[in-house]
Design a protein around this ligand. Structure first.
Ligand SMILES: *Cc1c(COP(=O)(O)O)cnc(C)c1O
Length: 332
């Protein structure tokens, strides 16, 4: 199996903004992009992206999962970065055209076609450190993918709690932008090297936020606890979907602040579960929290039953095995 996101379809859709208007999108080879070495993005990180998936259903049809949520977030990221505004209808058509052309390359579940819309500032102007790019490009990369973690929901991750550091600047948290991942990389690499941790859960001032690329959800009996939306962290579509499915099951969903102290206290209980949510990883159990040199097992330390049930409920909708009662799927 090749690594997630390293294989691409031969072509992608692309559209350029020349300072006045978006041009009509077209198909071009996925293997190269011609931009000036002085392009704004290469110096000042004026870039954002999205990640969503297309699934193959048993009847052979292809469905995109919650595409409109991702496009709205793409528009919001572009706006906060002062990139040229995207046209939601246009971007939507770029995604549909790309996925339609490569529908035969959408793998069977648990695989899917990962869709990566990308937007970046292209103006060749190194003097614009404190000014936006007047020109930009957006494109829709497609990557057939398997299960993010081999073995699906079998793994329970080791996660370092960082009660001091931040993933990114607080006002950038809800922007899906390259610079934020650059900002989180060094703490993550140190946690991997020193503690064999898979991820860092950033908890600035003891407030449990999210990891480098996934939201955090605590499941304690019938209670589901996760941070309420604010501008400091990324508003995951998977997070929202899992909370909706938990409410459907009659669970007590609490969107509120969670402190490191409360997290560690609850995690010690036998039935407690914790999980990371995101499009790539879906819902992945956290088995161990590492904090100030000590290891805390979450519940049994193994993948939790509720976590796996919620993951399955989500996958069943995505894969066409359960009713799409929230209208999350778009037919291609
Ligand atoms: C993409 C991302 C998520 C998950 O968002 P989804 O819409 O569920 O894929 C969470 N946190 C960060 C930092 C992300 O980049």
């Amino acid at each position: 199996m090749t690594a997630f996101g390293t294989v691409f379809t031969d072509e992608m859709t692309i559209s350029w903004y020349d300072g006045t208007a978006w041009d009509a999108h077209k198909f071009v080879p996925s293997h190269s992009l011609n931009i000036h070495p002085a392009a704004h993005v290469l110096h000042y990180s004026s870039t954002c992206f999205e990640g969503l998936k297309a699934f193959r259903h048993p009847d052979g049809s292809i469905k995109l999962f919650r595409m409109d949520q991702n496009i709205e977030r793409f528009a919001q990221s572009s706006s906060i970065l002062h990139l040229p505004a995207i046209d939601i209808t246009h971007t939507r058509q770029m995604i549909i055209d790309a996925v339609t052309k490569y529908a035969d390359q959408v793998p069977e579940p648990p695989g899917s076609l990962y869709v990566r819309p990308t937007h970046m500032g292209t103006e060749p102007a190194v003097g614009k450190a404190a000014a936006p790019s007047n020109t930009s490009v957006q494109y829709i990369l497609l990557s057939p993918v398997g299960d993010y973690f081999s073995g699906g929901g079998e793994v329970a991750l080791r996660v370092l709690l960082d009660a001091e550091g931040m993933r990114c600047a607080p006002h950038m948290g809800m922007v899906k932008s390259g610079g934020n991942y650059a900002s989180a990389l060094d703490p993550i690499m140190r946690a991997k090297a020193e503690l064999n941790a898979a991820q860092v859960l950033f908890c600035p001032d003891g407030d449990v936020q999210e990891t480098g690329a996934a939201n955090f959800i605590l499941i304690d009996g019938n209670e589901v606890i996760t941070k309420a939306l604010d501008e400091t962290f990324l508003h995951g579509v998977t997070r929202d979907s899992i909370l909706t499915l938990a409410k459907d099951r009659g669970m007590n969903v609490q969107e509120r602040n969670l402190s490191v102290d409360e997290l560690l206290e609850r995690a010690a209980k036998p039935g407690c579960e914790a999980a990371l949510s995101g499009t790539a990883a879906v819902l992945t159990s956290v088995g161990t929290l590492i904090y100030k040199g000590q290891e805390y097992q979450v519940g049994s330390g193994r993948p939790g039953q509720v976590t796996q049930a919620l993951r399955k409920a989500l996958n069943d909708i995505q894969w066409g095995l359960a009713d799409d009662k929230h209208n999350w799927l778009t037919n291609i």
